[in-house]
Design a protein around this ligand. Structure first.
Ligand code: IVH
Length: 683
């Protein structure tokens, strides 16, 4: 290709690529597929490599990062970068508006340009004859650090101004930040590479921009919003801040779409409320809003006081992050048994409230953040989100012990038993969350379990909903689902908002629910991973509840559709004595099903009889056998007498077996016992 043709093509490519950059980063509206973009980009790179004289400072290829720097050179701003005074309360905003009116001697409501206060870092960009030539951080306001090569890597920044009307030299001011989604993705990448994670998007943006190697910056997803101009402002043909923002947008700078013009203090406070409500849904972090007198002439009249303008103010949200101390680390049991480590904190005012607890999410998180007793931590409370521990300030960790060993407090270890009910805590391999296996017995899980138990698709107790369950549990009237069947009209009418009629209706509904199906009953137990369909499969496969109770992991997995996960949660649930007791009590209370279970359907084959269990039965657990006998009207005793009807003997039966033989009491094994139940079923 001839040099002239190459130069022409390169210029064409530069313009086209910048147009796509603007559509993608500025307008959020990509104009071509990524692959097409890459093709154009590579073509330009190749041309520039072949004809180095074509390489311009404003070429989009210069965004990808160059040679590492030793340090950032100082750069004096054409016009100093000032800061803003802050307001937190409505009264302070009203006072600001009053000062502005006094200053302008105005009786009419003042027009304000309002916009988000971006939570990033302030940057000044210098354009000479429309070409980006340098950019610097705010520094001390007069002199900043030059980070031009790094800024070039931000694809949302125009390297050459679009449109027209720009003076020979202009400083465009704005904020470099990282979008929340980009921040999350960056941290995920950092984690995957075992690199340091950033505490928040602001830190990530600052850390990424202040890289000596711009190749690193190029790999970081930084964004920019313009909010003003420095040197060159006086040469612009605009009369208001709002017009200035439109002009900056026309030149190719991203500006906040949330910007507006409002009137008077009322308008300011209305905007504050509006943005406050939108804040969680904004794609980037903001720490408040900024109010600026809209008319530039009025701004000039008001002027500055020390280092801040009189014509503008930042109305800040309460700080979302604060430092405090960890007084302890406990675990909390959630509604589904999820065990969450929680940091107990020295009370601290953050996000507008006093916070004393903060979540640590799960065991892996605590380990990763290495939070320990006595640590100073950054706590974050954003909006209505549960406060969380962001990170530990390691420099403030109490000194090591005298021998230079480990710090005084050891890393957090997850307890093995539930603090609420002492059941085992289990963590499956594919889940970060540990759970209490206490199920129905665990008070923290009780309310939810009871609500589930009574639900329409479970035991279908009409009228026993969330509110009532909560009331009953709080009143100490409900501990386990079995207690539901002990509720009487008399106890119920004592409750708030419960008349005699509704109490009677509820008691009737409870009575009606006793006749159910085995599938519904299994589902009602609220075993993790056992939904309605699985409950039905289990009911069909085992036929009798006792067969299910007796099944081990292998037997469970013989059920079609039941895999190791379901089998494991079933086994864990059924292994808890508390759960077994609740099941026994429910059957004793008269909960029954006629479809497949011989025990409930059977005549009470052991009515008035006492049986003794001894040794280990091959499949039935002792509690299960006991439950079956009791459900069939019998009693289980601990010692053999002449009155004992049967001794059920398993392996390694000892003295009780001998005694039975001595007294001539019939001895049966598990098979014979089960045969008796089956016999009963047929009757
Ligand atoms: S105007 C003359 N507008 O807030 C004052 N600043 O506390 C020029 N900031 O250093 C600032 N969003 O980094 C302005 N929409 C916005 C802003 C904003 C964020 C930052 C800026 C400045 C700091 C002042």
């Amino acid at each position: 290709m001839a040099a002239v043709v190459a130069a022409e093509r390169a210029a064409q490519l530069r313009t086209e690529i910048e147009r796509h950059n603007h559509a993608y980063y500025g307008l959020d509206n990509p104009s071509i597929p990524d692959a097409e973009y890459d093709k154009l980009f590579r073509e330009l790179q190749d041309l520039e490599q072949q004809y180095p004289e074509l390489l311009m400072p404003d070429s989009p290829t210069q965004r990808v990062g160059g040679t590492p720097l030793k340090e950032f050179p100082p750069r004096r701003h054409g016009v100093p970068m000032l800061s803003l005074n802050n307001a937190f309360a409505a009264e302070e905003v009203e006072a600001f508006d009053q000062r502005v009116r006094d200053g302008l001697e105005s009786i009419a409501a003042i027009e304000y340009a309002v916009e988000p206060k971006f939570d990033g870092l302030a940057i000044s960009l210098t354009y000479e004859n429309g070409i980006f030539t340098s950019g610097a951080t705010r520094g001390d306001g007069a002199t900043g650090e030059e980070v031009t090569p790094n800024l070039r890597t931000l694809r949302c920044l125009p390297l050459r101004l679009r449109g027209e009307g720009w003076p020979a030299l202009i400083e465009v001011r704005g904020e470099v930040l990282m979008f929340k989604a980009d921040f999350a993705a960056l941290n995920e990448r950092q984690r995957a590479r075992a690199d340091k994670e950033f505490a928040n998007p602001r830190n990530a943006a600052a850390g990424s921009l202040r890289q000596l190697d711009s190749k690193i910056t190029a790999g970081r997803p930084l964004s920019f919003f313009a909010y003003g101009v420095g040197a060159g402002a006086e040469q612009l043909a605009v009369k208001t801040h709002a017009e200035l923002m439109d002009l900056l947008a026309a030149w190719g700078f991203p500006v906040a779409v949330e910007r507006r013009v409002v009137n008077g203090a009322k308008g300011l406070l209305g905007y504050f409320a509006e943005i406050g409500a939108k804040r969680p849904d904004l794609p980037y972090d903001i720490d408040g809003v900024v109010y600026k007198v809209n008319k530039l002439a009025a701004q000039a009249r008001l002027g500055f006081v020390s280092r801040a303008p009189r014509f503008a103010i930042a109305h800040k949200f309460p700080a979302e992050e604060a430092l405090t101390e960890v007084l302890g680390i406990d675990v909390q049991v959630g509604r589904t048994g999820a065990i969450t480590p929680v940091a107990r904190l020295k009370p601290v005012f953050v996000g507008g409230v006093t916070v004393t607890n903060a979540t640590l999410h799960n065991e892996d998180e605590v380990r990763r953040k290495d939070v320990r007793l006595g640590d100073t931590v950054i706590v974050r409370r954003a909006g209505d989100v549960i406060p969380e521990v962001v990170s530990v300030v390691f420099e403030k960790r109490p000194a090591r012990d005298l021998f230079g060993g480990e710090p005084l407090h050891l890393p957090f270890v997850m307890p093995t038993r539930c603090p609420e009910c002492d059941s085992l805590i289990a963590k499956s391999e594919d889940e970060a969350i540990a759970r209490c296996t206490g199920g129905l017995f665990c008070p923290a899980q009780r309310k939810q379990a009871l609500i589930h138990f009574a639900a329409r698709r479970a035991m279908d107790i009409e009228g026993l909903g969330d509110k009532l369950v909560e009331q009953l549990v709080d009143a100490g009237l409900l501990h386990t689902p079995a207690d539901i069947y002990g509720l009487t009209v008399e106890t119920l009418v004592g409750l708030e908002r419960m008349g005699e009629k509704s109490a009677q209706n509820l008691v009737d509904a409870i009575e009606k629910s006793k006749a159910t199906t085995l599938a519904r009953f299994i589902f009602a137990l609220g075993i993790r991973n056992v939904g309605e369909a699985t409950a039905r499969d289990l009911a069909r496969h085992f036929g009798r509840l006792d067969a299910l109770l007796a099944a081990d992991g292998e037997a469970l997995q013989r059920v079609p559709e039941v895999g190791p996960v379901v089998a494991a949660s079933l086994s864990a649930f059924l292994a808890e004595t508390h759960n077994q007791q609740v099941i026994t009590a429910l059957r004793a209370a008269g909960v029954n099903w006629s479809d497949a279970d011989p025990v409930a359907a059977t005549a009470q084959i052991f009515t008035g009889q006492t049986l003794v269990l001894t040794g280990t039965l091959p499949t039935l657990k002792r509690d299960a056998a006991k439950a079956m006998i009791e459900a069939a009207g019998g009693k289980v005793a601990g010692s053999v007498s002449k009155k004992t009807a049967y001794v059920v003997a398993g392996e390694e039966a000892g003295s009780k077996l001998e005694k039975a033989r001595e007294l001539g009491v019939p001895v049966i094994d598990e098979n014979e016992l089960l045969a008796m139940f089956e016999q009963g079923e047929k009757q």
